[in-house]
Design a protein around this ligand. Structure first.
Ligand SMILES: [Zn+2]
Length: 255
């Protein structure tokens, strides 16, 4: 019955830029100005931003009691500290950032697309963000690998070592994980589960209802779209609409 209303909207961001010309080839960013408008819209509509740790504490079954939303940010670029973090402080809102722990810059997009170099967050920045209570960090592998393509041994290593490094770095247990590129199979999902995560987020898979599969939580990408498009995407029914329209993208494990 409650499902009629949809579920908590879960948004996916990557980079935050002062101006569009700071961006690279891959247009996965929002400008500071547009992001501020988005936060104002969320405030105006009465949304409360929470993290996955909050969701665990609130309890999955009680998630409809308030108007919650989860902002997630992939990869952990330095601009998250320079632009996202001050904005969250200004509006007292929260986000979950998924960190790649084994490298210091976007090696994976440089290798695949000849992207320009973007630095990832430094330890001191991560520490300050963690201490603010506004940011929760989650795992996103050591090297941003497409996990289904890896052997069992490498798959385990990418997720386990990343988790160990990050938990040591931030001094707390990680609650959620994001599959790089949204690439997930049952084999990948089982490793994430076995390593003790409570939730995992995807991109083009999952039904749009969190409790259908806590390890395949669908998200909607927010990048250069208009504010009208943003309003459409934060509707609690949007993720299930996406599932009904496109179904689940299939990924295959390497033989
Ligand atoms: Zn990523």
């Amino acid at each position: 019955m409650k499902k009629m209303k949809g579920d908590i909207p879960i948004l996916m961001y990557h980079q935050f830029l002062e101006k569009e010309s700071d961006g690279g080839k891959i247009k996965l960013y929002v400008t500071k100005k547009k992001f501020e408008w988005q936060l104002r819209i969320l405030k105006f509509l009465g949304y409360e931003t929470i993290t996955f740790k909050d969701l665990k504490r609130i309890g999955i079954e009680k998630r409809y009691e308030k108007k919650y939303i989860i902002l997630t940010v992939d990869d952990g670029y330095k601009d998250n500290y320079e632009i996202l973090f001050p904005m969250l402080k200004k509006y007292n809102m929260k986000a979950v950032i998924y960190l790649v722990s084994g490298i210091k810059y976007n090696k994976w997009t440089i290798d695949s697309d000849g992207e320009k170099k973007f630095e990832l967050l430094e330890d001191s920045q991560i520490k300050e963000m963690q201490e603010s209570g506004l940011i929760e960090f989650g795992g996103h592998t050591l090297s941003h690998a497409s996990l289904p393509s890896l052997s069992d041994c490498d798959l385990y290593k990418e997720i386990k070592e990343d988790k160990d490094i990050l938990e040591k770095r931030i001094g707390t247990k990680l609650v959620s994980f994001a599959y790089p590129y949204g690439h997930v199979t049952d084999r990948v999902k089982n490793v994430v589960k076995d390593l003790g995560y409570d939730f995992a987020v995807s991109t083009d898979t999952g039904t749009g209802f969190i409790d259908d599969d806590l390890f395949d939580i669908r998200r909607t990408a927010i990048d250069k779209g208009s504010l009208i498009d943003f309003i459409k995407r934060i509707s609690p029914k949007y993720l299930n609409y996406k599932y009904k329209k496109y179904g689940n993208k299939k990924f295959r494990d390497k033989e």
